[in-house]
Design a protein around this ligand. Structure first.
Ligand code: SAM
Length: 276
């Protein structure tokens, strides 16, 4: 493979991926900001806007790692739910905004019954996520589960939305993970995947190649002391199918109305599909 990264067999891939994320867990968030110049935050926000969860949504975030999607989800539904409740209170009881704000200062469940389950195969990533949740004061509406995307530890027809952000390319058998996504979603449920994809602009593509292969492993070495893990990340991005191919794989798993949107010249794409 490029730049001397050894080829790994299917059997070895799972172990290799585990080792990579175990190594990078503590530096994962800071590296994400450094490598993407903070742009991963915008991509993740866009995923949430696309999802547009309603209060009561049951979300499963697979390969959820340190919780970036889960925290965004909780903030989003909380803002929506509180906004709606406040407007209702104001209309019904003719209270001022200050009086309404006071009523909500000690409100425990402000999520309208929404819940997010973060599932990841790596306990170190989950540990960092839990620490962040504790530090940032997330108490309700959130659970962390150790589990494999290819064999999810959940019943059929359980969730309204399934998300996987920068996770599916790390899974050994992508088709199995997609089938599992389909199984655990309720009929009418939505699959949303944010993943690196194929750049569609030649100039951006050249710059992106240079950056990926020359800069990212160096950043990995300097910040996380781990050249190889970051080289793996770059390699795994290049091996992942392009937008159209991945769309077909999602359809093959049984999803319908599958669409995608390329962001930042195709550096990443959001794929969406429904279990109908
Ligand atoms: N979703 C998070 C985000 O966007 O910041 C984390 C993404 S991180 C690049 C990839 C995650 O996929 C890691 O936490 C890794 O442990 C997890 N992962 C890899 N293979 C997995 C599998 N088979 N099942 C579940 N999680 C997996």
């Amino acid at each position: 493979t490029h730049f001397g990264f050894e080829t790994v067999s299917e059997e070895e891939k799972g172990g290799k991926v585990y080792q990579v994320f175990e190594n990078v867990a503590k530096k994962y968030d800071v590296m994400n900001d450094m490598m993407s110049l903070g742009i991963h935050r915008i991509w993740k926000d866009l995923l949430l806007w696309k999802m547009h969860p309603f209060p009561g949504t049951q979300l499963l975030d697979v390969a959820g790692g340190t919780g970036d999607i889960a925290f965004r989800f909780l903030n989003y539904v909380q803002a929506q739910h509180r906004g709606k409740q406040k407007r209702q209170l104001r209309a019904q009881q003719n209270l001022s905004w200050e009086e309404i704000a006071q009523q909500y200062q000690n409100e425990e469940d402000s999520l309208g019954g929404s819940h997010v389950m973060v599932c990841d195969i790596n306990k170190e990533m989950l540990k960092v996520g839990k620490q962040k949740a504790h530090a940032q004061g997330y108490k309700t509406g959130l659970a962390w589960v150790l589990g494999d995307a290819e064999e999810l530890p959940f019943d059929d027809d359980k969730f309204d939305v399934y998300t996987i952000a920068f996770g599916i390319r790390n899974v050994t058998h992508v088709d199995r993970a997609l089938q599992e996504a389909h199984r655990v979603l309720k009929p009418g449920g939505r699959f949303l995947c944010l993943e690196f994809s194929q750049v569609n602009n030649p100039l951006v593509s050249r710059l992106y190649d240079l950056y990926s292969f020359q800069v990212i492993p160096v950043l990995g070495e300097v910040i996380a002391g781990d050249w190889k893990s970051y080289q793996y990340l770059v390699e795994s991005i290049r091996r992942f199918p392009c937008q159209e191919e991945f769309k077909e794989m999602i359809e093959d798993a049984g999803f319908q109305k599958v669409t995608y949107e390329s962001l930042t010249s195709g550096i990443v794409a959001i794929h969406s599909g429904f279990k109908l």
